[in-house]
Design a protein around this ligand. Structure first.
Ligand code: PEP
Ligand code: MG
Length: 890
């Protein structure tokens, strides 16, 4: 018979897939002798079986569950439902990958009208027993019976008011008993049945609810965002309860073994005295920092510090630990790998190498390249004199500016419209997840550094400020106040998640720099990686940034961006409007020195590193005024000033714009097709490049030129364009008396080019895969239309696994790249190959490029550090796979 239920002493940390992360770690902690309350785990396979049986707990699962329960009863000496000595349990979800707060949990299960009396006698604390019972009813109804918690909270509020209390601790045992009577009435009203009194029935219902919560809305959104497969399912952990709310010698808390925001190697966390499980993470009461526990419970603190060290050493990673103290005795309820910011991930990885916990390769694998984007964002200018209006806890670093919104749905709507919003709430709950995703940053007035908002924001790399108690939020009036300052809905604020400061309006930001630790980690990455990393840069500033971030060259310099400059566009238009060769030549002669100086700047910045310059690519209409606007102007002039010279000029312009108009510009007159029809444009560009190299060479500055022809589909196109470039080169050499080397190559961005790469390679010294266009042309999607119209639906409905414009489609586009590389190298073994589409900065695409044997990837300067790390990880991953195949454990 298949085993579905595992006692904690039957598992270990390697069984995550079966027991979920929480279950596997509870088993591991039990194995190494830590004080973990007894319990057992129902496997993720049971969850799959539950769904296969049409959302019913299969009978084998039930049978094994009852056996494990009786084992737990023997171990604890308590019995579920025993009025004299009742066993109470928690029922918690636990998936393979951590999904904090996304699924359901029930605490104090096993309480009923009889066991509550037993609890009261046993603990000699009727108040505690009845408080626990009402919490259980409330939680069970919310999670399992689907009755909105609001009804219970409202009733509690009424009773408190009646009695003239302002807080819960003022409620007596009798008050709680009275409340429970009312709670039961609420239950009967909503489900037309009594609150279930049979603890076994409670248990089965709770397990059912946890399995079901795998598919609740917020869990589905979270999985989509974090690419967690839907089929994995959740395990269920049943654990005997320990109570942190039995008095002032009890408490509960959460701590990280290192600071999850900065990475500092210091215990970091918080706790609440006389509180139960979820109170800390729920963010309702603002907890105490962990170090003050040293004064309140010195022995417990000491034991906790030792346990934290042990857990970190054991797992060789930063841990996020939940604990409870019951009458002065410490229990560990959970440990997991702590979520951290990019800054913390780098610092922890680097320091763990220095501490001898990790080797360099392991450290490199610990940092997620995607997360690094957080550090490559702009931050508030240091020289700016900040005027904060309030300060909260610095829960997740990063600076953000946006409109204030108080509602997650509105945050989502405005976010989808492309607006920057900052979600401001008293606290967030897992139901706000869609608003958090859409917001630039989160601010809460309640809750600590481990509250829901803080944990989720750090996981997403979003700036977040928590526990900013000075903020008085009035959701009805759609505003918040800080002292006399009123900030209304849609006002702009700026926040700094690294300091906790909130400021009014927009604030100047500066470009990011790499920290010393980040630089060190990247030098380790450079030692490992085999793939070159270049940058896409079109101007000297970007080129400097690229070098600063460690690029080894420019893989794509798009020359059209130089044409877009407002001072140049009239000359560009002159060139386009020219009716005769002479007119066009005159315009090009004006453009040449401008281009030359651009190239000089870039080549100089790159200090002899290779620079791939692509000749003009976009259709010419992109340099012309908008057709519709022009039409409006012409019409107005026809009415107001029909004989004017201005009208004639505009009409001529409109004629030309109409001539250039295309049904499908993406597949129209662009790329090398421009050079084929207007060779003088490419000749001018080639000359400008060569003049730049000559001028620099006279100054003793080397340049390494790679001239690239775009959108080639047939070898004859490349042959013709190459001839132009070579002739221009000879001309400039003769004229300047300067000798220079250069290569001519092509972009491979049309499927035909990839599948005839053996012919194309006859004319090319290098290939650069333009995966933006190659993806468009392989799928037959126009990117702008696809992303705006149907692609999102394709991804949501899993027609496509990812956006192919972001993550390289290995099966289709990837196959063309492999074909291109293989055929190209068959003709020319020394052929240099690279990628310069946006995929060049994305980790899984980079892994593919490494495995396909490309020489380099090229991406935006800000992604160069990401690419360096991802390229190192690709090498390490490949080595590990080889070792695994050879049967070596890694
Ligand atoms: C490409 O097509 O991948 C490319 C880099 O060119 P562009 O994005 O400029 O069309
Ligand atoms: Mg392209």
């Amino acid at each position: 018979m298949q085993k579905f239920v595992y006692l904690f002493n039957e598992g270990n940390s390697s069984m995550k897939e079966l027991l979920g992360g929480k279950g596997a770690n509870l088993a591991e902690m039990t194995k190494i002798g830590l004080p973990v309350p007894d319990g057992f785990t129902i496997s993720t396979e049971a969850c799959t079986a539950y769904y296969e049986e049409g959302k019913t707990i299969p009978s084998e699962v039930k049978a094994q569950l009852l056996e494990a329960l009786s084992n737990l009863e023997d171990k604890t000496g308590k019995k579920l439902g025993d009025p004299k000595n009742p066993l109470l349990v928690s029922v918690r979800s636990g998936s393979v990958f951590s999904m904090p707060g996304m699924m359901d949990t029930v605490l104090n299960l096993g309480m009923n009208d009889e066991t509550v009396k037993g609890m009261a006698e046993l603990t000699n604390n009727a108040r505690f027993a009845y408080d626990s019972y009402r919490r259980f009813i409330q939680m069970f109804c919310n999670v399992v019976l689907d009755i909105d918690g609001f009804y219970f909270e409202q009733y509690l509020e009424e009773i408190r008011e009646d009695k003239g209390y302002s807080t819960d601790p003022e409620m007596t045992a009798e008050d709680w008993q009275e409340l429970i009577v009312g709670y039961k009435k609420i239950v009967r009203k909503h489900i037309k049945q009594d609150f279930p009194q049979d603890p076994k029935e409670q248990l089965l219902l709770a397990i059912d609810a946890v399995f079901n919560s795998w598919n609740n809305q917020r869990a589905i959104i979270y999985r989509r965002l974090n690419k967690i497969p839907d089929h994995l399912g959740t395990a269920v952990n049943i654990q005997s309860m320990v109570f942190g709310n039995t008095g002032n010698d009890s408490g509960t808390g959460v701590a990280f073994t290192r600071n999850p925001s900065t990475g500092e190697a210091k215990l970091y966390g918080e706790y609440l005295i006389n509180a139960q499980g979820e109170d800390v993470v729920a963010g309702i009461r603002t907890p105490q920092p962990i170090h003050t526990l040293k004064n309140e419970m010195p022995e417990v603190y000491q034991q906790f510090v030792e346990t934290s060290n042990l857990l970190e050493q054991h797992y060789q990673d930063m841990q996020d630990i939940e604990f409870t103290v019951e009458h002065g005795k410490l229990f560990i309820l959970q440990t997991r790998t702590g979520k951290r910011t990019a800054q913390a991930a780098i610092r922890i990885a680097v320091e763990m190498v220095k501490e001898g916990i990790l080797d360099k390769k392991a450290a490199l694998m610990r940092v997620d390249p995607d997360q690094l984007n957080q550090l490559l964002h702009r931050r508030i200018d240091d020289s700016y004199q900040r005027k904060q209006i309030a300060k909260g806890l610095p829960a997740s670093p990063g600076a953000a500016t946006g409109m204030v919104v108080f509602d997650a749905d509105e945050a989502e709507d405005l976010g989808n419209e492309g607006k920057n919003v900052i979600l401001v709430r008293a606290e967030t709950t897992p139901d706000d997840i869609h608003g958090i995703i859409a917001a630039q940053a989160i601010v809460t007035s309640r809750g600590g550094m481990t509250s829901h908002a803080a944990v989720v924001a750090r996981g997403m790399g979003k700036a977040c400020i928590c526990g900013c108690e000075a903020l008085k939020i009035d959701v009805k009036a759609k505003q918040f106040r800080v002292g006399d300052t009123v900030v209304n809905h849609h006002d702009i604020i700026t926040i700094d998640g690294a300091t906790g400061e909130i400021m009014l309006g927009e604030i100047p930001m500066i470009e990011p720099e790499l920290s010393a630790e980040f630089q060190l980690l990247l030098t380790w990455a450079d030692e490992e990686r085999k793939l070159g990393v270049r940058a896409n840069a079109d101007n000297p500033e970007d080129a400097h940034k690229a070098v600063e971030f460690g690029a080894e060259g420019i893989g794509l310099c798009r020359t059209e961006h130089m044409f877009m400059d407002s001072k140049r566009i009239p000359t560009v238009q002159e060139m386009i409007l020219a009716e005769t060769y002479e007119e066009r030549k005159a315009a090009l002669d004006k453009l040449l020195p401008m281009q030359q100086s651009d190239f000089e700047g870039i080549l100089e910045a790159m200090e002899g590193h290779p620079v791939t310059i692509r000749l003009l690519d976009p259709p010419l209409h992109e340099f012309m005024p908008d057709k519709e606007e022009l039409l409006v102007e012409v019409t107005k002039l026809q009415i107001l000033d029909p004989n004017s010279a201005q009208l004639k000029e505009k009409e001529q312009l409109l004629r030309k714009v109409r001539q250039l108009d295309e049904f499908n510009p993406m597949l129209g007159h662009r790329g090398c097709r421009l050079g084929m029809i207007h060779p003088e444009i490419y000749i001018m560009q080639a000359k400008a490049i060569f003049y730049a190299a000559s001028t620099l060479s006279e100054k003793g500055i080397k340049s390494k030129l790679e001239i690239m022809i775009p959108l080639v589909g047939h070898v004859n196109e490349l042959k013709a364009m190459r001839k132009l470039v070579v002739e221009a080169g000879l001309e400039v050499k003769e004229e300047t008396g300067c000798d220079f080397d250069y290569m001519v190559g092509t972009m491979i961005e049309i499927p035909r080019a990839a599948i005839t790469a053996d012919q194309i390679a006859e004319e090319a010294e290098f290939f650069s895969f333009g995966t933006n266009d190659l993806t468009q042309t392989t799928f037959g999607y126009s990117r702008d239309d696809a992303e705006g119209k149907f692609l999102q639906a394709y991804i949501e409905n899993k027609v496509l696994p990812d956006n192919p414009f972001a993550v390289l489609d290995r099966d289709g586009v990837g196959k063309l790249i492999e074909t291109g590389v293989t055929l190209g190298r068959k003709t020319k073994p020394e052929l240099k190959t690279g990628i310069c589409g946006e995929h060049g900065g994305e980790k899984s695409s980079i892994q593919f490029c490494y495995e396909t044997g490309l020489d380099y990837v090229s991406c935006s300067p800000y992604r160069v550090p990401v690419a360096r790390l991802a390229a190192a990880q690709a090498t390490i991953q490949h080595e590990q796979n080889n070792k695994r195949q050879a049967g070596v454990t890694v």
